[in-house]
Write a protein that binds this ligand. Structure first.
Ligand code: HEM
Length: 435
């Protein structure tokens, strides 16, 4: 796919990340000359960076309410280790040296680059030893009776994120293409010398971006109706804000506490295709609020527009108990997505258990969502997803497996993968039992 040079600047930058490659990067740099907008440099010594690769919240934009705004441009690369069997120590050294190059080149921030590298259960099968009990990392599996996803069992996941489209492109080209410098720094070691890209996925998030991207070359993308309904103010295709601070686990909470991988976390990444014709064309705004948040949110007029008025908390905790949910169903024939999923997303002290970091995508000219979720134990994600399925709520005939059951009618899981995000000290091709 070529790049349309006539696109407005913002749209052009997102299109460039989606296309990728050296020509997209040079077109992008042509539009955003470094001289005008220099990219802040990183650290000469990687040990100045946190052990937690998932420590992004303090390094990206936040708002006055305390909500975290994820970087606008993201690339998720699924990689395989080049050789069979146990990775060799020279491959490990190459990976570490390549990552140090990125650390030196770019400030670890939304203005530079935030990233993490993670490893799948299949990767750890290369070793005779198994992961310690302190790491809960099952193989990916089906998490509802009505999905049939492809399982991502590649060895490694590299997740790049920045508010600068040219940075995510340049980092990728330096690591896997033929770019010889990153932010002016010479590249000696490349991830591509030890790892091969199996799949490349791209995402974006931020007010205005989904509305702009609901068409490609003048046509609605797959999943978007002809009415082009995505509100300009929405950061997501479905028309609402998500990820309020009060509805997210803290980075502390999702961090593995014991064992060699203390300081790491587990990461589930799903891809969900969205089909939003009926979501927008057959429902009123109030009905969308009922299905996304809860019927009580609609009754009480709690959500205005895309929901920015909610501040730093969706307020869902008031509507999670089974009595309120039953009442929602009896009176409105619907149950909310947040209401249902949040039931399993609190510990006994009321803390939120998972940290969602999802972004939108137009990969394959299709509206979809890349859904990374961080949690201390991977099975916590599985429990939350089970609550989102709402199988237990279909006694009333109006709530079916997928109909009037939150947003399940409009989202279709295509991929699932599970990964361990090790602490920085073991980020390069770790063994399952590092010393
Ligand atoms: C297109 C797909 C999705 C969209 C647009 C979406 C959007 C939202 C929105 C707007 C909320 C309420 C605000 C907030 O708390 O962030 C929410 C809540 C929630 N979502 Fe999703 N979501 C999607 C898919 C998923 C999936 C696949 C899961 C996996 C389990 C999930 C889990 C949750 C949970 C647990 C909550 C409640 C947060 C809490 O505990 O308070 N969502 N979602």
């Amino acid at each position: 796919m070529g790049l349309d040079e006539s696109l407005p600047r913002r749209q052009f930058m997102k299109a460039a990340v989606a296309v990728g490659g050296a020509s997209a990067l040079s077109a992008c740099l042509g539009r955003a000359p470094r001289a005008g907008e220099p990219v802040p440099e990183g650290v000469s010594d990687s040990s100045e960076l946190p052990q937690r690769q998932h420590a992004w919240n303090e390094r990206v934009r936040g708002d006055d309410e305390g909500n975290v705004h994820l970087p606008r441009h993201q690339t998720i690369l699924y990689l395989n280790v080049d050789a069979d069997g146990t990775p060799r120590s020279d491959a490990r050294e190459t990976v570490e040296a390549a990552l140090r190059t990125l650390d030196r080149a770019y400030e670890r921030s939304n203005e530079g680059l935030v990233y993490s590298v993670a490893y799948s259960p299949s990767y750890f099968e290369r070793f005779d030893d198994s992961l310690p009990d302190s790491v809960d990392l099952p193989e990916p599996r089906r998490l509802s009776g009505f999905e049939n996803p492809e399982f991502d069992t590649q060895d490694t996941l590299l997740h790049l994120a920045s508010d600068r489209a040219d940075v995510v492109l340049e980092a990728e080209e330096a690591m896997f293409g033929d770019r010889s410098e990153v932010n002016g720094l010479a590249v000696a070691d490349r991830l591509g010398d030890a790892l091969t890209v199996d799949d490349r996925r791209t995402g974006f998030i931020g007010a205005g971006m989904p509305a702009e991207r609901q068409t490609q070359r003048g046509e609605p993308i797959s999943g978007i109706p002809d009415s082009l309904p995505v509100p300009e103010a929405s950061p997501l295709f479905m028309g609402f804000e998500a990820g309020f601070a009060g509805n997210q686990a803290t980075e502390d909470y999702v961090t593995i506490e014991a064992g060699p991988f203390a300081g790491g976390t587990t990461k589930h990444v799903a891809n969900l295709r969205q089909r939003l014709g009926d979501w927008y064309d057959e429902q009123t705004f109030e009905e969308r609020v009922m299905e996304m948040f809860s019927p009580s949110h609609a009754e009480q007029g709690r959500v205005e527009g895309v929901g920015a008025n909610l501040g730093a908390d969706s307020g869902i905790d008031a509507f999670l108990d089974s009595e309120t949910i039953q009442q929602s169903i009896d009176e409105h024939g619907r149950v909310g997505h947040a209401q249902k999923a949040a039931r399993a997303n609190r510990d006994e002290d009321g803390n939120v258990r998972i940290l969602r970091r999802h972004v939108e995508s137009t990969d394959g000219d299709m509206a979809s969502l890349h859904f990374p979720s961080l949690q201390r134990r991977l099975s916590t994600f599985e429990e939350v997803r089970e609550a989102m399925n709402g199988d237990d709520l279909t006694d009333n005939p109006s709530v079916r497996q997928r109909v009037n059951n939150g947003i399940l009618e409009y989202v279709f899981v295509q991929n699932r993968g599970n990964f361990l995000v090790p602490p920085r000290r073991y980020r390069a091709l770790p063994t399952p039992r590092p010393a």
